[in-house]
Design a protein around this ligand. Structure first.
Ligand code: CA
Length: 493
């Protein structure tokens, strides 16, 4: 009996120790954050040091070079974040249709690991969010200036710029509502830098005269890719001088209204204005990332908090002449992901494994010590954090975009990091299958579609087989079935 009591005491003590060591999770999430817009990703803009606080997460931890999304658009990406599933499994194919909040999502399970959960900011999922202990969410896209939030007490509006207010509200939860006895996951979801890229006034001033290098592909003519890629969200044709670039209400932008500004000169001028606003928004996010991190440091919680930063997808910063997202081409298929976890992630490491946003939900659960449901399709990234990539880690990625519009069209594809095969089948290709194949090592900018090149026949067959294999593995229904389901859902709205 005595011995038994001792064992119980040991068990109780070790449980208490394990609980005390459970790390907190600060999840920082952007909307439309280009991978190349973050200096840690060593790119065109790295000399400008616009993202020192995000870069520091990578310096103290890991930068995932090959993190991708499953469907590159706002709401579906957020559904995948919470469910750990591809769109055809969580039912959120596009931005319009309802979202089934009743389904299993990681936040409904993480409490089993003793965690308290809070989400603040943009979720872009219509209806009432479920499973979080605390939430304050933007209705739809929310506003950049003086945003309103949906809360358990109703709609509440706060004064200030969206990024500042979202960080303020996150700190309000952290300081006044958090249970300090429990580990937490705090998800801070910024609206920025989503279109129309409205920065806080202090950043408008800071970026007024900034000059940005142009991408090599700003004047892409889409040769070999015109049936799908041409006439998409171009800076020249589709970016609006008024509502997007604010020429109608910012006096310092009135130069864009000059009728003599045309052709390539106009595209160049619009590109510079776009970059200034975009990065002024990014700088505002970065400053608020710094505020949140500083609060953890002030409270002595920083070392025991895993800090992760990501985005709902990547974005075009003039590559191929574009802004926006949606495509399976690298700039929007890829998403930034950096994470620091003291004692687990070696500082300044770079991970080259194929990660995908289906992996985030299982990762959160793994950190909390909760088993992920078997039907979650992603894998925990925790072994990768520790530099222990499993031998059977995925070697290819499945992608499927279901929406129409913004000059894009429905498509699915597979990438193994070396080659990418895409099948376009939507309205823009008049329902016909149009294929593209890229050699990503020789042609990282994806300018040369080699589908149809006889020398690539072997590789093409291999990639087609890989796509079929992934469709089977992820249990993807025929697109006709998918579209019927979507139309039914939209009608039921
Ligand atoms: Ca987005």
């Amino acid at each position: 009996m005595k011995l038994h009591l001792v064992s119980v005491l040991i068990i109780l003590t070790s449980c208490a120790l394990i609980r005390a060591e459970q790390p907190n999770i600060l999840w920082l999430f952007c909307d439309d954050m280009a991978v190349n817009g973050i200096s840690a990703y060593d790119s065109r803009f790295s000399d400008m040091k616009i993202t020192p606080n995000i870069d520091r997460i990578a310096e103290e931890g890991v930068r995932f070079e090959r993190c991708y999304v499953s469907n590159s658009v706002c709401a579906p990406s957020r559904a995948t974040l919470l469910t750990g599933k591809h769109s055809h499994k969580n039912g959120k194919y596009g931005n319009i249709e309802p979202y089934n909040h009743d389904q299993m999502q990681f936040q409904k399970l993480i409490g089993q690991g003793g965690y308290q959960s809070a989400i603040i900011g943009k979720t872009h999922l219509p209806g009432s969010i479920q499973g979080f202990d605390y939430w304050e969410t933007l209705p739809g896209h929310g506003l950049y200036e003086n945003p309103a939030f949906i809360t358990a007490e109703g709609k509440v509006r706060f004064e200030g710029h969206s990024s500042d207010v979202i960080a303020d509200r996150a700190l309000n939860w952290y300081n006044t509502k958090r249970d300090p006895e429990k580990p937490f996951i705090l998800m801070v979801h910024f609206k920025a830098p989503h279109r129309d890229w409205t920065p806080a006034p202090r950043f408008v001033e800071a970026f007024k005269e900034a000059s940005f290098p142009e991408p090599d592909t700003l004047f892409d003519n889409y040769a070999t890719r015109e049936r799908a890629a041409a006439h998409a969200m171009g800076i020249g044709a589709h970016m609006k001088i008024g509502s997007d670039l604010k020429a109608d209400h910012w006096p310092h932008r009135s130069y864009l209204l000059d009728e003599n500004l045309k052709g390539e000169a106009l595209v160049r001028a619009k590109y510079q204005a776009y970059m200034r606003d975009y990065f002024a928004c990014v700088a505002g996010v970065d400053e608020n990332v710094g505020r949140l991190v500083q609060q953890l440091k002030d409270d002595g919680l920083y070392d025991n908090t895993i800090v992760m930063f990501s985005s709902d997808q990547g974005f075009y910063l003039g590559e191929h002449g574009w802004f926006d997202k949606r495509w399976m081409y690298e700039e929007s298929f890829r998403t930034p992901f950096v994470a620091k976890w003291k004692g687990v992630i070696e500082p300044s490491t770079v991970n080259e494994d194929l990660a995908q946003n289906i992996d985030f939900a299982p990762t959160f659960l793994d950190i909390a010590g909760v088993a992920a449901p078997e039907d979650m399709q992603g894998e925990s990234l925790v072994p990768l954090f520790g530099g222990q990539t499993p031998d059977d880690w995925r070697t290819s990625l499945y992608y499927h975009y279901y929406m129409e519009g913004h000059g894009t069209t429905r498509h699915e594809g597979v990438s193994d990091g070396n080659y990418k095969f895409i099948r376009f089948y939507g309205r823009k290709t008049k329902g016909e299958d149009v294929f593209e194949l890229y050699d990503l090592n020789k042609d990282p900018a994806e300018m040369n579609n080699v589908y149809g090149n006889p020398e690539m026949a072997g590789k093409l067959a291999k990639m087609k087989a890989e796509l079929a294999l992934l469709r089977d593995y992820y249990d993807v229904p025929d697109e006709e079935v998918v579209m019927m389901k979507r139309e039914k859902k939209e009608k039921s709205k």
